[in-house]
Design a protein around this ligand. Structure first.
Ligand SMILES: Nc1ncnc2c1ncn2[C@@H]1O[C@H](COP(=O)(O)OP(=O)(O)OP(=O)(O)O)[C@@H](O)[C@H]1O
Length: 311
């Protein structure tokens, strides 16, 4: 087949078409990969498609008919379930000069935000001031922001401590952070329905609850014990303040040395130092950054395992 000059516009259109389609598929897959809820729904859709294919192959008409109904209504269900994400994507597309520039934060801005947050948590831990702070990740928390009192203030240690000061109008409920801004205070989260150890009350239940249904990171400071815990993906981990700082940097800042690799890097550094000093000193992980306990909320009714051992 010979190509003529008149085919060029057709070929360009074809290439643009393929590139746009490829971009959409790539963005869709990234959305699925970054979000625990979408992964589960994606798996569900794949199972439905396999059952549908098998039912057609084996001539099971009734099953095939029901699968058709599921798939047709499934599109509507997915739009309803993902309404916050869809709205978030559209908002992001249409945002040119929004006050919330959280998507474009620099590492320096993240670092500043983390330092303020950790300073506030450390101080509230010392004074046993209860706090519940959620950091939005890829999944939009707009619906939960709407349950609270709207704010749009850069995160600062003083502001966080003022919000959670006992007796003030906004101390009840959660603060939601989007980027480096406090989007709201006094937000309500659906508490987990799981049977948690009795030492955990409503605040911890709310933290675990939001971590089960979104990919957010939630920090809880216990009013009773002053302990600082992080709830992520339905798991609760208690950290010392320095551990919290390291954890947040690891999660939010691209080029930070990951916590799990920290021992390796420390060991490597100590190794080179000890080699240069010709000493026999063994490297020891920094206790200030290790988790204090990891609570397996679903299997461990005693409420945790000590000494920073993960399961
Ligand atoms: N669903 C919820 N969403 C947001 N905040 C909540 C929710 N439930 C409770 N809280 C907050 O938690 C506070 C009550 O915490 P409670 O003492 O019952 O929890 P706890 O897990 O035992 O924590 P602590 O160790 O601080 O006592 C409430 O005053 C409110 O601020």
């Amino acid at each position: 087949m010979e190509l003529s000059i008149s085919d060029v516009p057709y070929i360009i259109r074809w290439i643009v078409d393929i590139l746009v389609l490829w971009g959409l598929i790539y963005a869709g897959l990234r959305l699925v990969r970054n979000n625990t809820r979408t992964i589960q729904i994606f798996k569900g859709v794949i199972i439905l498609l396999i059952v549908k294919g098998l039912s057609v192959l084996l001539g099971l008409n009734a099953l095939s008919y029901i699968m058709n109904l599921f798939l047709q209504w499934g599109v509507v269900a997915i739009i309803i379930v993902f309404q916050p994400e869809i709205r978030g994507v559209l908002e992001k597309l249409g945002r040119t000069s929004s006050p919330l520039h959280w998507a474009e934060l620099t590492n320096g801005e993240y670092e500043h935000m983390i330092n303020e947050l950790v300073e506030a948590c450390d101080e509230m831990s010392r004074t046993k001031t209860g706090a519940l702070i959620t950091i939005q990740q890829t999944q939009q928390l707009t619906d939960y922001v709407n349950t609270g009192i709207r704010m749009d203030s850069v995160v600062s240690a003083e502001l966080l401590q003022t919000i959670f000061q006992y007796g003030t109008p906004m101390h009840d409920g959660a603060v939601i952070i989007q980027g480096n801004k406090i989007a709201c205070a006094a937000a309500y989260f659906p508490p987990t329905t799981k049977d948690l150890p009795s030492k955990y009350g409503a605040r911890h239940r709310a933290a675990v609850g939001i971590s089960e249904i979104t990919d957010s990171i939630t920090i809880v400071v216990s009013e009773e014990t002053g302990a600082i815990s992080v709830a992520v993906k339905g798991q609760l981990i208690q950290y010392p303040a320095e551990g919290l700082r390291r954890y947040l940097k690891n999660m939010l800042i691209d080029d930070t040395v990951p916590v799990v690799d920290n021992t390796f890097f420390k060991t490597a550094r100590n190794f080179s130092i000890s080699r240069s000093k010709k000493t026999d000193k063994k490297s020891k992980p920094d206790d200030r950054i290790l988790p204090i306990s990891v609570v397996d909320l679903y299997n461990d009714k005693q409420g945790g395992k000590k000494n920073g051992k993960t399961r």
